[in-house]
Design a binder for this molecule. Structure first.
Ligand SMILES: [Zn+2]
Length: 82
């Protein structure tokens, strides 16, 4: 079977759109020789990653260990005041 690169497509793992291989970065890490996310998603990912991190930070702030941590800071501040 001979694949013609210009006709080959791949489904992006992030946006799930079937797109031509030309919009995927070549990569030896993947069996088919291309990254599993299209260039648009790769370029888009830093922003998405930051949004995910910010959401995680908010979530951790509400988690029990976040409360304990905050309590530690408050206790330290209290000790310094007295
Ligand atoms: Zn994509």
């Amino acid at each position: 079977m001979s694949m013609q690169p210009e006709l080959a497509t791949k489904i992006c793992h992030q946006c799930h759109e079937e797109r031509p291989l030309a919009v995927f970065f070549p990569s030896s890490l993947y069996a088919d020789g291309f990254t599993d996310r299209c260039k648009r998603c790769v370029f888009d990912s830093p922003r998405r990653e930051r949004e995910r991190r910010e959401r995680r930070v908010q979530h951790e702030a509400a988690a029990p260990h976040g409360v304990i941590h905050t309590g530690g800071i408050l206790a330290l501040t209290h000790a310094e005041i007295w």
